[in-house]
Design a protein around this ligand. Sequence first.
Ligand code: SF4
Ligand code: SF4
Length: 283
Amino acid sequence: MEIRFHGRGGQGAVIASELLAQAAFLDGREPQSFPFFGVERRGAPVTAYARINDRPIQVRTSIERPDVVVVLDPGLLNTIPVTEGLKEGGLLLVNTRRAPEELPAPPSIRRATVDASRIALSHGLGTPAMPIVNTATLGALAGATGIVTLGAIREAIDLYVPSHPAENVRASEEGFRSVRVAESTAAPLAVSAGRSPALLVLPEGPIATTPSYGIHTAAWRSLTPVVHLERCTRCNFCWKFCPDNAIDFDAHGYPVIRLEYCKGCGICAEECPPRTIEMVAEG
Ligand code: SF4
Ligand code: SF4
Protein backbone atom coordinates (compact mmCIF):
# COMPACT_ATOMS: atom_id res chain seq x y z
CA MET A 1 0.00 0.00 0.00
CA GLU A 2 1.31 3.41 -0.94
CA ILE A 3 0.48 6.49 1.12
CA ARG A 4 1.21 10.10 0.26
CA PHE A 5 1.16 12.80 2.94
CA HIS A 6 0.56 16.47 2.19
CA GLY A 7 1.14 19.05 4.90
CA ARG A 8 2.85 22.30 5.67
CA GLY A 9 6.28 22.70 7.21
CA GLY A 10 5.88 22.49 10.99
CA GLN A 11 2.80 20.22 11.02
CA GLY A 12 4.82 17.02 11.12
CA ALA A 13 3.99 15.39 7.77
CA VAL A 14 7.45 13.84 7.48
CA ILE A 15 7.33 12.55 11.06
CA ALA A 16 3.84 11.14 10.39
CA SER A 17 5.19 9.19 7.44
CA GLU A 18 8.14 7.91 9.48
CA LEU A 19 5.96 6.95 12.43
CA LEU A 20 3.61 5.09 10.11
CA ALA A 21 6.54 3.12 8.73
CA GLN A 22 7.88 2.40 12.23
CA ALA A 23 4.44 1.25 13.36
CA ALA A 24 4.14 -1.01 10.32
CA PHE A 25 7.54 -2.48 11.13
CA LEU A 26 6.45 -3.12 14.70
CA ASP A 27 3.39 -4.87 13.24
CA GLY A 28 5.75 -7.20 11.34
CA ARG A 29 5.37 -5.58 7.92
CA GLU A 30 7.97 -4.28 5.46
CA PRO A 31 7.80 -0.46 5.42
CA GLN A 32 9.49 2.37 3.59
CA SER A 33 9.23 6.10 4.26
CA PHE A 34 10.86 9.15 2.73
CA PRO A 35 10.14 12.84 2.28
CA PHE A 36 10.21 15.01 -0.79
CA PHE A 37 12.63 17.82 -0.10
CA GLY A 38 11.90 21.02 -1.91
CA VAL A 39 12.51 24.44 -0.44
CA GLU A 40 10.58 23.69 2.74
CA ARG A 41 10.34 26.19 5.49
CA ARG A 42 7.76 26.66 8.17
CA GLY A 43 4.36 26.90 6.48
CA ALA A 44 5.44 25.76 3.01
CA PRO A 45 3.78 22.67 1.44
CA VAL A 46 5.59 19.43 2.29
CA THR A 47 5.14 15.97 0.78
CA ALA A 48 6.16 12.68 2.37
CA TYR A 49 5.68 9.10 1.22
CA ALA A 50 5.26 5.71 2.86
CA ARG A 51 4.99 2.20 1.46
CA ILE A 52 3.88 -0.85 3.41
CA ASN A 53 4.01 -4.41 2.17
CA ASP A 54 4.13 -7.96 3.47
CA ARG A 55 7.41 -8.62 1.69
CA PRO A 56 10.53 -6.56 0.95
CA ILE A 57 9.86 -3.45 -1.10
CA GLN A 58 12.03 -3.13 -4.19
CA VAL A 59 10.62 0.09 -5.60
CA ARG A 60 12.24 3.28 -4.35
CA THR A 61 10.65 5.96 -6.48
CA SER A 62 8.30 8.68 -5.30
CA ILE A 63 4.63 7.71 -5.20
CA GLU A 64 2.55 8.87 -8.14
CA ARG A 65 -0.41 6.42 -7.85
CA PRO A 66 -1.14 6.33 -4.11
CA ASP A 67 -3.74 4.11 -2.44
CA VAL A 68 -4.18 6.71 0.29
CA VAL A 69 -3.69 10.47 0.39
CA VAL A 70 -3.46 12.14 3.80
CA VAL A 71 -3.87 15.92 3.97
CA LEU A 72 -2.78 17.53 7.23
CA ASP A 73 -3.82 21.04 6.22
CA PRO A 74 -7.27 21.50 4.64
CA GLY A 75 -6.09 24.72 2.98
CA LEU A 76 -3.98 22.59 0.66
CA LEU A 77 -7.18 21.23 -0.94
CA ASN A 78 -7.51 24.58 -2.69
CA THR A 79 -3.88 25.11 -3.60
CA ILE A 80 -2.37 21.84 -4.82
CA PRO A 81 -3.95 18.83 -6.60
CA VAL A 82 -3.71 16.50 -3.61
CA THR A 83 -5.83 13.75 -5.18
CA GLU A 84 -3.70 13.60 -8.32
CA GLY A 85 -3.03 9.96 -9.16
CA LEU A 86 -5.14 8.62 -6.26
CA LYS A 87 -6.38 5.19 -7.30
CA GLU A 88 -10.04 4.33 -7.74
CA GLY A 89 -11.29 2.97 -4.43
CA GLY A 90 -8.42 4.81 -2.73
CA LEU A 91 -8.89 6.89 0.38
CA LEU A 92 -8.63 10.65 0.88
CA LEU A 93 -8.19 11.49 4.58
CA VAL A 94 -8.23 15.17 5.53
CA ASN A 95 -7.70 17.03 8.79
CA THR A 96 -10.83 19.20 8.85
CA ARG A 97 -13.99 19.87 10.84
CA ARG A 98 -16.02 19.14 7.71
CA ALA A 99 -17.98 15.93 7.16
CA PRO A 100 -16.26 13.50 4.80
CA GLU A 101 -19.15 13.80 2.33
CA GLU A 102 -18.18 17.47 1.85
CA LEU A 103 -14.69 16.71 0.59
CA PRO A 104 -14.13 17.51 -3.08
CA ALA A 105 -13.39 14.11 -4.58
CA PRO A 106 -14.95 11.92 -7.29
CA PRO A 107 -17.36 9.13 -6.20
CA SER A 108 -14.75 6.49 -6.92
CA ILE A 109 -12.66 7.86 -4.03
CA ARG A 110 -13.40 6.97 -0.42
CA ARG A 111 -13.35 9.98 1.89
CA ALA A 112 -12.59 10.40 5.59
CA THR A 113 -12.11 13.35 7.91
CA VAL A 114 -10.77 13.95 11.39
CA ASP A 115 -10.57 17.20 13.33
CA ALA A 116 -6.91 16.65 14.12
CA SER A 117 -6.25 20.35 14.81
CA ARG A 118 -8.78 20.37 17.65
CA ILE A 119 -7.45 17.08 18.98
CA ALA A 120 -3.84 18.28 18.86
CA LEU A 121 -4.61 21.53 20.68
CA SER A 122 -6.70 19.75 23.30
CA HIS A 123 -3.58 17.70 24.12
CA GLY A 124 -1.24 20.72 24.15
CA LEU A 125 0.47 19.86 20.84
CA GLY A 126 1.48 23.02 18.96
CA THR A 127 -0.20 26.40 18.96
CA PRO A 128 -3.53 27.62 17.55
CA ALA A 129 -1.55 29.09 14.63
CA MET A 130 0.31 25.81 14.00
CA PRO A 131 -1.17 22.76 15.74
CA ILE A 132 1.02 19.67 15.41
CA VAL A 133 -1.53 17.32 13.92
CA ASN A 134 0.56 14.37 12.80
CA THR A 135 -0.15 11.87 15.57
CA ALA A 136 -3.89 12.57 15.67
CA THR A 137 -4.00 12.15 11.89
CA LEU A 138 -1.96 8.97 12.09
CA GLY A 139 -4.45 7.50 14.55
CA ALA A 140 -7.24 8.46 12.16
CA LEU A 141 -5.41 6.75 9.30
CA ALA A 142 -5.17 3.56 11.33
CA GLY A 143 -8.87 3.84 12.24
CA ALA A 144 -9.97 4.40 8.65
CA THR A 145 -7.80 1.76 6.97
CA GLY A 146 -6.55 -0.76 9.53
CA ILE A 147 -3.19 -0.54 7.81
CA VAL A 148 -1.40 -0.48 11.17
CA THR A 149 -2.62 -1.26 14.64
CA LEU A 150 -3.19 1.39 17.27
CA GLY A 151 -0.90 -0.54 19.59
CA ALA A 152 1.95 -0.26 17.09
CA ILE A 153 1.37 3.49 16.74
CA ARG A 154 1.52 3.88 20.52
CA GLU A 155 4.77 1.92 20.62
CA ALA A 156 6.27 3.89 17.71
CA ILE A 157 5.45 7.17 19.44
CA ASP A 158 6.98 5.94 22.70
CA LEU A 159 10.14 4.89 20.88
CA TYR A 160 10.61 7.75 18.42
CA VAL A 161 8.83 10.87 19.69
CA PRO A 162 10.95 12.43 22.44
CA SER A 163 8.69 15.45 22.99
CA HIS A 164 5.33 14.95 24.75
CA PRO A 165 5.04 11.20 23.99
CA ALA A 166 2.09 10.67 26.35
CA GLU A 167 0.15 13.56 24.80
CA ASN A 168 0.93 12.31 21.29
CA VAL A 169 -0.26 8.80 22.20
CA ARG A 170 -3.52 10.21 23.52
CA ALA A 171 -3.94 12.34 20.39
CA SER A 172 -3.45 9.27 18.18
CA GLU A 173 -6.01 7.34 20.22
CA GLU A 174 -8.55 10.14 19.88
CA GLY A 175 -7.85 10.39 16.16
CA PHE A 176 -8.39 6.63 15.85
CA ARG A 177 -11.74 6.84 17.65
CA SER A 178 -13.08 9.98 16.02
CA VAL A 179 -12.26 9.54 12.33
CA ARG A 180 -15.37 9.70 10.14
CA VAL A 181 -15.55 7.73 6.90
CA ALA A 182 -18.16 8.56 4.25
CA GLU A 183 -20.43 5.86 2.93
CA SER A 184 -19.10 4.93 -0.49
CA THR A 185 -19.87 2.61 -3.33
CA ALA A 186 -16.16 2.39 -4.11
CA ALA A 187 -14.57 -0.97 -3.41
CA PRO A 188 -12.66 -0.81 -0.12
CA LEU A 189 -8.91 -0.91 0.01
CA ALA A 190 -7.47 -4.38 0.28
CA VAL A 191 -5.38 -4.51 3.46
CA SER A 192 -3.61 -7.83 3.76
CA ALA A 193 -3.56 -9.28 7.26
CA GLY A 194 -0.52 -11.45 6.76
CA ARG A 195 2.37 -12.41 4.57
CA SER A 196 1.51 -13.39 1.04
CA PRO A 197 3.41 -15.72 -1.25
CA ALA A 198 2.49 -13.57 -4.25
CA LEU A 199 5.33 -12.81 -6.63
CA LEU A 200 6.75 -9.35 -7.03
CA VAL A 201 5.32 -7.86 -10.21
CA LEU A 202 7.93 -5.69 -11.87
CA PRO A 203 6.99 -2.86 -14.19
CA GLU A 204 8.01 -2.89 -17.80
CA GLY A 205 11.28 -1.01 -18.26
CA PRO A 206 13.29 0.72 -15.53
CA ILE A 207 11.48 1.85 -12.41
CA ALA A 208 13.19 5.27 -12.51
CA THR A 209 10.49 7.56 -13.83
CA THR A 210 12.67 10.62 -14.12
CA PRO A 211 16.01 9.73 -15.65
CA SER A 212 18.70 12.26 -15.01
CA TYR A 213 19.90 12.33 -18.60
CA GLY A 214 21.14 15.77 -19.45
CA ILE A 215 22.12 16.61 -15.88
CA HIS A 216 25.34 15.14 -14.61
CA THR A 217 24.44 14.04 -11.10
CA ALA A 218 27.44 12.05 -9.99
CA ALA A 219 29.33 14.77 -8.15
CA TRP A 220 28.79 13.35 -4.66
CA ARG A 221 29.48 9.67 -5.40
CA SER A 222 31.90 8.08 -2.92
CA LEU A 223 31.41 4.44 -4.02
CA THR A 224 31.58 3.20 -7.60
CA PRO A 225 29.75 0.11 -8.83
CA VAL A 226 32.07 -2.32 -10.62
CA VAL A 227 30.41 -5.11 -12.63
CA HIS A 228 32.23 -8.45 -12.67
CA LEU A 229 31.06 -9.45 -16.11
CA GLU A 230 32.28 -13.04 -15.85
CA ARG A 231 29.44 -13.70 -13.38
CA CYS A 232 26.81 -11.49 -15.04
CA THR A 233 23.74 -13.35 -16.29
CA ARG A 234 22.46 -10.30 -18.23
CA CYS A 235 19.21 -10.41 -16.26
CA ASN A 236 18.84 -6.58 -16.41
CA PHE A 237 17.83 -6.24 -12.75
CA CYS A 238 20.49 -3.59 -12.13
CA TRP A 239 19.11 -1.51 -14.99
CA LYS A 240 15.55 -1.97 -13.79
CA PHE A 241 16.23 -0.83 -10.22
CA CYS A 242 18.77 1.95 -10.73
CA PRO A 243 16.93 5.06 -9.46
CA ASP A 244 18.98 7.30 -11.75
CA ASN A 245 18.65 5.36 -14.97
CA ALA A 246 22.44 5.30 -14.98
CA ILE A 247 22.87 1.89 -16.59
CA ASP A 248 23.01 1.07 -20.29
CA PHE A 249 23.95 -2.11 -22.13
CA ASP A 250 26.73 -2.93 -24.50
CA ALA A 251 26.18 -4.69 -27.81
CA HIS A 252 26.23 -8.09 -26.03
CA GLY A 253 23.63 -7.16 -23.43
CA TYR A 254 26.06 -6.60 -20.53
CA PRO A 255 25.46 -3.62 -18.25
CA VAL A 256 27.54 -0.47 -18.60
CA ILE A 257 27.46 1.99 -15.69
CA ARG A 258 27.18 5.60 -16.87
CA LEU A 259 29.40 7.14 -14.24
CA GLU A 260 28.45 10.69 -15.10
CA TYR A 261 24.96 9.93 -13.70
CA CYS A 262 25.69 7.23 -11.09
CA LYS A 263 25.39 8.54 -7.51
CA GLY A 264 26.89 5.39 -6.01
CA CYS A 265 23.76 4.46 -4.05
CA GLY A 266 24.54 0.74 -4.30
CA ILE A 267 21.01 -0.33 -5.17
CA CYS A 268 22.20 -2.12 -8.29
CA ALA A 269 24.64 -4.17 -6.18
CA GLU A 270 21.90 -4.92 -3.68
CA GLU A 271 19.47 -6.08 -6.36
CA CYS A 272 21.86 -8.05 -8.58
CA PRO A 273 20.77 -11.70 -8.04
CA PRO A 274 24.23 -13.29 -8.42
CA ARG A 275 25.95 -10.43 -6.51
CA THR A 276 27.98 -9.53 -9.55
CA ILE A 277 28.29 -5.83 -8.75
CA GLU A 278 30.84 -4.68 -6.21
CA MET A 279 30.77 -1.20 -4.67
CA VAL A 280 34.33 0.08 -4.59
CA ALA A 281 35.48 3.15 -2.65
CA GLU A 282 36.63 5.97 -4.89
CA GLY A 283 40.27 6.77 -4.54
S1 SF4 B 1 25.15 2.74 -7.75
FE1 SF4 B 1 24.04 1.50 -9.24
S2 SF4 B 1 21.87 1.87 -8.77
FE2 SF4 B 1 23.03 3.50 -7.77
S3 SF4 B 1 23.05 5.19 -9.25
FE3 SF4 B 1 24.93 3.98 -9.61
S4 SF4 B 1 24.36 2.53 -11.21
FE4 SF4 B 1 22.46 3.32 -10.37
S1 SF4 C 1 21.75 -7.41 -12.13
FE1 SF4 C 1 23.77 -8.40 -12.01
S2 SF4 C 1 23.57 -10.23 -13.26
FE2 SF4 C 1 21.83 -8.93 -13.78
S3 SF4 C 1 22.56 -7.71 -15.57
FE3 SF4 C 1 23.01 -6.49 -13.75
S4 SF4 C 1 25.11 -7.05 -13.23
FE4 SF4 C 1 24.37 -8.62 -14.61
